[in-house]
Design a protein around this ligand. Structure first.
Ligand code: ADP
Length: 475
């Protein structure tokens, strides 16, 4: 099959979170399975020169956007059997951040059109277009409804929801201005949902199949609690809604070969993990000790990630217990403030790095003992998978993909790879963390839980096959 993927992020070029990891890894695995995959992403100016200097300008395309002719450059880069196509337009992508700009609706409306223009101009017609999240969710709508794309209208489409919370909701005027389509699409409720123009909802209604990134999240989003006010609409499409668990790129995240960490290691030789732990402590200015449990969290700091839970648990735990905590993250101010205060209150125990730092993230995965993930919801979650790959034990809330991947440790059977709390059953996160800390003191059990995690298969090989089967069913 020839498959086109379009997304707003792609590792290692431009990354804000898990979406980038998926777009960087799934196409590679599909290519390994024998499929031809093109990945279309914006050419953000924040892409490092290391990569951008390798991109080759292929063509320049022109189309009418918001009533005026606009041009964009198409740059090509081939890696691991995948062709990446970058859309260059200074007005929209010359920014120092991926998201959070006042004109995001317009920027991604432009990108949606650029994707279709590329597809339209390709000599070899693709079998299928796979779009991701709200940023590219208008592609299927334009494909079917805009006269410019009649010749490619029969292409099949798939939309993956990586996070239902982000729907690309804007006003009717934004829809009319950015897409130049008839007002009836809004007035008849085709692109409208609960009083706004809703990009994700529009995508969901136009694609052949909707997928989400774990089986549990697939079921959760049909409920009021997790449905982000779209559940009644999703229920109408539940026959076509499929949960496929994400994997991780096991070449990028490999403790035995990772160049970003201080010392390589694997499940058979764990001494290297301790070297990484000391490297973290040195960098953080914390006492360099192998015996103290080192907890970490690497995360967007948003309500989803359960920082409120840590606000309750960590100050008490840090006051009472001998442990260390290192945070890497950025996001909402209130949470950054909380962590800054925590670091000020416990200078010998807490270090925080506010920002985005890929290399430090790898070192933390490699050297920490415990990874905290008290998410209120988690579509899949990649951090727990990366942690386990590096022998760092996750303590997580039992929701979404966390429920599908983290298995509570059983001391009788010495089975399981982490510790779970269940907020819906009011099982506090603090208790799950206390269990983890108790087992940390019992080397025989700690070795077991750590090794079980490291031996798990988190690769894309199975899930990429599931995507391929899904594509085959619809083309
Ligand atoms: P989400 O996509 O909701 O942010 P995931 O767990 O699916 O959460 O994926 C997060 C990805 O982003 C992981 O690869 C994680 O290591 C990375 N990440 C998150 N915050 C940072 C940060 N501040 N610095 C470096 N990497 C980060």
């Amino acid at each position: 099959m020839k498959i086109i993927m379009a997304a707003a992020e792609c590792a290692p070029f431009a990354k804000a979170g898990g979406l980038a990891d998926v777009i960087g890894a799934l196409p590679k695995e599909l290519s390994r399975l024998g499929h031809e995959v093109n990945v279309i992403v914006p050419k953000y100016s924040l892409i490092s020169e290391e990569y951008a200097s390798e991109f080759v300008r292929k063509e320049s395309l022109e189309f009418d956007f918001k009533g005026l002719p606009e041009t964009f450059g198409v740059f090509e880069y081939e890696h691991a059997g995948v062709k990446f196509l970058f859309v260059e337009n200074d007005k929209y992508f010359q920014r120092d951040q991926i998201y959070g700009q006042a004109d995001d609706s317009e920027r991604y409306a432009f990108f949606n059109r650029a994707v279709l223009e590329i597809v339209l101009h390709q000599k070899k017609r693709a079998d299928l277009l796979h779009v991701h999240d709200w940023h590219t969710a208008m592609v299927p709508f334009l494909l079917k409804e805009d006269e410019r794309y009649t010749s490619i209208r029969s292409m099949k489409t798939v939309l993956t929801i990586h996070n239902l919370q982000f729907q690309g909701k804007f006003s009717k005027d934004v829809f009319l201005e950015d897409f130049e389509m008839a007002a009836r699409y809004y007035d008849d409720g085709i692109v409208e949902w609960r009083g706004s123009f809703n990009s994700l909802k529009t995508g969901i209604s136009y694609v052949d199949k909707v997928t989400t990134v774990s089986p549990t999240y697939r079921d959760e989003i049909l409920t009021d609690f997790y449905g982000e006010k779209l559940n009644s609409f999703l229920q109408e499409r539940q026959q076509d809604l499929v949960g496929i668990l994400n994997g991780i790129d096991t070449e990028v995240y490999n403790p035995a070969t990772d160049l970003s960490i201080e010392h390589e290691f694997d499940a058979m030789s764990m001494e290297g993990k301790l070297v990484n732990k000391r490297a973290i402590q040195r960098r953080a200015g914390l006492p360099e000790r192998g015996d103290v449990p080192l907890l970490t969290m690497i995360s967007r700091l948003s309500g989803q990630k359960g920082i409120d839970v840590l606000e309750e648990v960590l100050p008490i735990l840090l006051a009472e217990e001998d442990l260390q905590f290192v945070l890497l993250g950025s996001g909402e101010d209130q949470y950054e403030q909380f962590f800054r205060k925590l670091a000020a209150d416990f200078p010998d125990k807490v270090y925080i790095h506010v920002g985005f730092d890929e290399a430090f993230a790898h070192l933390l995965y490699a050297g920490a003992d415990i990874f905290l993930m008290p998410s209120h919801f988690e579509p899949c979650g990649l951090s727990q998978l990366i942690s386990m790959r590096y022998g760092t034990v996750p303590v997580a809330n039992k929701t979404g993909g966390l429920k599908d991947t983290v298995v509570e440790y059983d001391e009788q059977l010495k089975a399981g790879n982490g510790f779970l709390s269940d907020f819906s059953q009011s099982q506090p996160f603090g208790l799950a963390l206390a269990r983890a800390l108790a087992f940390y003191q019992q080397p025989e059990h700690w070795e077991a839980v750590k090794t079980n995690g490291m031996k798990g298969d988190y690769s894309w090989s199975r899930s990429a096959g599931e995507y391929a089967k899904l594509y085959e069913r619809i083309i």
